[in-house]
Design a binder for this molecule. Structure first.
Ligand SMILES: Nc1ncnc2c1ncn2[C@@H]1O[C@H](COP(=O)(O)OP(=O)(O)O)[C@@H](O)[C@H]1O
Ligand SMILES: [Mg+2]
Length: 305
């Protein structure tokens, strides 16, 4: 079954003077994805997001949202899209509620009703702070208020540029949980950028890595990790018997037992055979996971040549 593509960029590029900030970027985001757009500072994340949200014009290529081309059908393309680039701006001396009214009027063309505002604020856990001035908000609360504003237009796709940037670990966790909630409970497709590896690993289902304006790789987070991993962790019972089976297999190197399970070097293409052998020996295989962290992988693809 083919999945609906909610966002597609084709050969998307942006040149400033004679430098390409973004070059030939082809992205595909499916409905239901939490898509992580990972790259170091200056890689081209914000520039790509600005083009997706139609805030700047691409030098090359095109953006399609929900099957509508941004260039020719801007209104339809953006109808179900909300986004925040870099950090949201507020009127600090006005209440959060009033800020929501103003933001709503700007995006919807009319002031949203009280219920709508409070629903959005409840979604990000700020319903009890609606009457407080934004000045009194913590950085994390402002970030969540920004997301509440974005939710006012009832989006199917939300685009967030480094939503956890500058937050403390607790604030980051709250935003991550909010993103997961938007995805799972409200069926909103999420596109978020980050320069933090473990963040994407924790929250995203699919991801792309951008470096120096170019896409390095894109795919499901699990598959990407697995396909790059040589070292795997096997959760299998009984362990001693499994270890004996693995030791006899030529394509399995250095199987050893540790607290996380059996660790061994196995190439991805050999994993199915290894599993078959274990099963044939009446071992029960619960999981096969890459031991390699996304961090190691990210560093390997973004390394300076
Ligand atoms: N308005 C601009 N004029 C010139 N260069 C820009 C402009 N905006 C971004 N750039 C350059 O494009 C590159 C990508 O920037 P950006 O998209 O902001 O990266 P990221 O968001 O990944 O940190 C950087 O080298 C940056 O200096
Ligand atoms: Mg940026």
């Amino acid at each position: 079954m083919s999945q609906e593509i909610v966002l597609r960029t084709t050969n998307l590029g942006k040149r400033y003077k004679n430098r390409w900030a973004v070059e030939d970027v082809n992205l595909e985001i499916h409905r239901g994805d939490v898509f992580g757009f990972l790259g170091p500072n200056g890689a081209g994340k914000s520039t790509t997001i600005r083009m997706i949200l139609s805030l700047i014009k691409p030098t090359t290529g095109s953006v399609e949202l929900f099957g509508h081309r941004l260039e020719t059908e801007r209104e339809k393309a953006l109808a179900k899209v909300a986004g925040i680039v870099e950090k949201p701006d507020f009127y600090l001396y006005l209440s959060a509620f009033r800020n929501m009214e103003i933001a709503g009027a700007l995006t919807l063309g009319r002031a949203p009703g009280k219920k709508r505002i409070m629903d959005s604020m409840a979604l990000v856990g700020l319903q009890d702070r609606a009457d407080d001035r934004v000045k009194t908000y913590s950085h994390g609360m402002k970030q969540r208020l920004g997301i509440a504003q974005a939710l006012l237009c009832n989006p199917d796709l939300i685009v967030l540029d480094e939503p956890t940037n500058g937050l403390d670990p607790q604030g980051m966790k709250e935003v991550r949980e909010l993103i997961a909630q938007l995805s799972h409970e409200h069926g909103i497709t999420v596109f978020l950028s980050s320069h933090l590896l473990n963040e994407v690993e924790q929250v995203a289902t699919r991801m792309a890595i951008i470096n120096k304006g170019k896409l390095v790789v894109q795919g499901s987070v699990e598959e990407l990790l697995l396909s790059r991993a040589k070292r795997i962790i096997l959760n299998v019972e009984p362990q001693k018997k499994a270890l004996a089976v693995l030791k006899k297999l030529k394509r399995v190197e250095n199987p050893t037992l540790d607290s996380t399970g059996i660790i061994a070097n196995v190439e991805t293409k050999d994993i199915p055979d290894v599993v078959v052998r274990l099963v044939a020996a009446k071992c029960r295989v619960f999981s096969v996971k890459p031991q390699r962290s996304l961090e190691e992988y990210f560093l390997s693809v973004t390394e300076v040549e």
